[in-house]
Ligand binder design. Structure first.
Ligand code: ADP
Length: 330
């Protein structure tokens, strides 16, 4: 589908929404979608609160000025939500019918894996969708980069540095829990960046806690005063682990769960620029007549692939980074 829908005066209208967990840089992506579309002569409807807002027809007309002064802001001006109704077959069908009723020819969905699935279901009812990877967790398999990961990483890294300072002063063991329910990308990157002794991630942790305790005891014997354990949310139980480690090693051990701080804040330069490129590419794909695509960053390039194919992909942790971390965590 090109810019015009058959009759020349009938301009294409796109809807844009952010869905699932929010991520810094979503605003930059929304801005790029709106401005690229308006520049090409399209109309844009902002859909508030993700699929919930779509099903409730919570729309706002957007133009160039609607997205002024947002590129530097965390969160999403469109709000985001989780929408259980989409999990029933009737939900996506209703969403597609609402799009048709409101003259929305294509949807740009910015979100994670779950949001991609919702977008695919809507596409099966005849609405063209383009999906953009927006999640701090980096767990969208089709893309080497996701909007918000870089900011979340830097926020977590900074927080861990601070905990490290106080742990050093008190000669403590610190367990610091970072986000990532199913994926340990943030934990792995921070583990390396913060010089952690242990990195626990759902993809690799074998739950051999005694082995960790033994290594801490060994390092303590060698005179090591500071022990940093980065634990991914998906492994969890940081407070329990701290108690058990303290009991077994006699070393004062504290758990810090960084939590939602990682979701917010002004996006880094990389997140602003990459989100802008991806938002712009989403609209270019629509202009080129493409349908049901996932925007990706792969092998150093912004590109796209079939949405269903993108969803079927699986992603592991970066094995070379993991191997490096094994050599550096001592
Ligand atoms: P994320 O997009 O960050 O992974 P979720 O997994 O919570 O976040 O998904 C966001 C929303 O996408 C869900 O609340 C739901 O409305 C929709 N969604 C998720 N999975 C599906 C699915 N299998 N089919 C249809 N819609 C889905």
């Amino acid at each position: 589908m090109g810019l015009f829908k058959g009759k020349k005066e009938e301009v294409m209208t796109i809807g844009v929404l952010t869905s699932g967990g929010d991520a810094p840089g979503m605003n930059a992506a929304v801005r790029a979608v709106v401005r690229t579309a308006v520049h090409a002569g399209m109309k844009v409807k902002g859909i508030r609160r993700g699929y919930s807002g779509l099903l409730e027809e919570d729309f706002i007309d957007m133009e160039t000025r609607s997205v002024a002064d947002i590129i530097q802001r965390g969160g999403t001006i469109l709000y985001t939500a989780r929408c259980p109704e989409m999990m029933n077959p009737a939900g996506p069908e209703k969403a597609a019918n609402i799009c048709r009723k409101n003259g929305i020819d294509a949807l740009v969905v910015i979100g994670g894996d779950g949001s991609y699935r919702g977008a695919l279901e809507i596409s099966k009812h005849g609405i063209n969708v383009i999906a953009l990877p927006g999640t701090i967790d980096l767990d969208v398999a089709s893309s080497d980069y996701t909007i918000g990961f870089d900011t979340a990483l830097n926020t977590a890294m900074d927080a861990i540095d601070r905990v490290r300072d106080t742990s050093t002063s008190h000669e403590r063991c610190s367990i610091i829990e970072v986000m990532g329910r199913k994926a340990g990308h943030i934990a792995l990157w921070c583990g390396i960046a913060n010089g952690a002794e242990e990195i626990l991630i759902p993809e690799r942790y074998d739950y051999e806690e005694q082995a960790i305790i033994d290594r801490i005891a060994e390092r303590k014997k060698l005179g090591k005063k500071l022990h940093i354990i980065i634990n991914a949310e998906g492994v969890g139980d940081s407070n329990g682990m701290a108690k058990r480690i303290e009991a077994a090693t006699g070393l004062e051990t504290r758990a810090t769960i960084i939590g939602y701080i990682q979701r917010g804040g002004s996006p880094t330069c990389r997140d602003r620029v990459f989100a802008s490129a991806m938002g712009s590419l989403a609209v270019e794909l629509l202009l080129a007549g493409q349908s049901n695509r996932a925007v990706c960053f792969r092998q150093g390039e912004f590109t796209d692939m079939d949405l269903a194919e993108a969803i079927s992909m699986k992603k592991d942790i970066d094995t070379s980074l993991w191997d490096i971390s094994r050599k550096l965590c001592r």
